[in-house]
Design a protein around this ligand. Structure first.
Ligand code: DOR
Length: 318
């Protein structure tokens, strides 16, 4: 079979496909099912300092094959849970797959505190700083504000982290916004090992015609859109970030990936690894086995033995 292996942020992954932070990633028992699937790494739910239950219910909506929406509001068990040896050992389920944290503090000071608590914990392989959550009531999406993005990266770069840092980005929709974000990130290229694009498309609205109400409760029904509807936006973000970011920074593609073909598209656009959120939520961890098999089949048909043979090689029309 062709090899699906990749190197992300200096870490060896047996498979370039793994879970996005969010769905089915909040507990060791959920993460252990990712570990024992064909996923190449294990990424935990975005943590805050304290455990929290998230936004009022109902806060999710799904239309399989089309789109999903959530305004979870970062329900999680608190950073100390995701840092605990017991949690990590049980999450890895006897595998040697990289275990990655995600953090999404209420403030920059909270993120700094969580990174300090992580320290040089030998059980943690990388950390993803979520700069793109659309669902915290009263807080804007950090990475849409270039001053806040710069302040976050500048502060974190001074911490001299012992672990590779990824940043989770929101989708951008215009050339000047891509350029502005990439310029800030490139300034901190020594501190940013990868960029994961995209988080959900924030502040969308689903209407329930029967009830004549929004489909979800929090924020007047506004929530983040994910699933197949966002794949084209995600591909554009991966492609554009690959063009604009320093080559030392890896790109992780995330958004609407449901099949081996979708993963192939992300890799062609320059992704080094691909995360799966919504499909993992809907189908469960078996999606990693199915999608890895589909990617192998497609590579076999095309005559590729490794992802490096086509990664970033989307051909131009002229
Ligand atoms: O869509 C999202 N939902 N993105 C995040 O970053 C956080 C999550 C939530 O918990 O609301």
């Amino acid at each position: 079979a062709p090899s699906l292996s990749t190197t992300l942020a200096g870490l060896s992954l047996e498979s370039c496909i793994f879970n996005a932070s969010g769905p089915r990633s909040g507990t060791d028992s959920a993460l252990s099912k990712v570990a024992t699937s064909r996923a190449g790494a294990i990424l935990a739910k975005s943590a805050t300092i304290e455990e929290q239950t998230g936004n009022p219910l109902p806060r999710t909506w799904q239309c399989d094959g089309v789109a999903s929406m959530n305004s979870e509001g970062l329900p999680n068990k608190g950073i100390d849970y995701y840092l605990a040896e017991e949690t990590i050992t049980s999450s890895k389920a006897g595998t040697d797959k990289p275990y990655m944290l995600s953090i999404s503090g209420h403030t920059l000071a909270d993120n700094v505190e969580m990174l300090k608590r992580m320290g040089d914990n030998p059980l943690i392989d990388a950390v993803e700083l979520n700069l793109a959550c659309p669902n915290v009531i009263g807080h804007p999406i950090i990475a849409y504000d270039m001053e806040q993005l710069e302040e976050a990266l500048s502060t974190v770069s001074k911490l001299k982290l012992k672990k590779p840092l990824g940043i989770k980005m929101p989708p951008f929709f215009d050339g000047v916004h891509f350029a502005a974000a990439a310029e800030v990130i490139n300034k901190y290229k020594k501190s940013v090992a990868y960029v994961a694009s995209i988080n959900t498309i924030g502040n969308a609205l689903v209407v329930d015609v029967h009830a004549e109400m929004p489909a979800i409760n929090p924020k007047g029904g506004f929530g983040g859109i994910s699933g197949p509807a966002v794949k084209y936006t995600a591909l554009a973000n991966v492609k554009k970030m690959r063009e604009l970011l320093d080559p030392s920074i890896d790109i992780v593609g995330v958004g609407g990936v449901e099949s081996g073909t979708d993963v192939f598209e992300m890799l062609l656009c320059g992704a080094t690894a691909v995360q799966i959120g919504t499909k993992h939520w809907i189908e469960g961890p078996a999606c990693f086995d199915r999608i890895a098999g589909e990617l192998e089949e497609l590579m076999l048909k095309k005559g590729y033995k490794s992802i490096d043979e086509f990664k970033g090689k989307l051909k131009p029309w002229s």
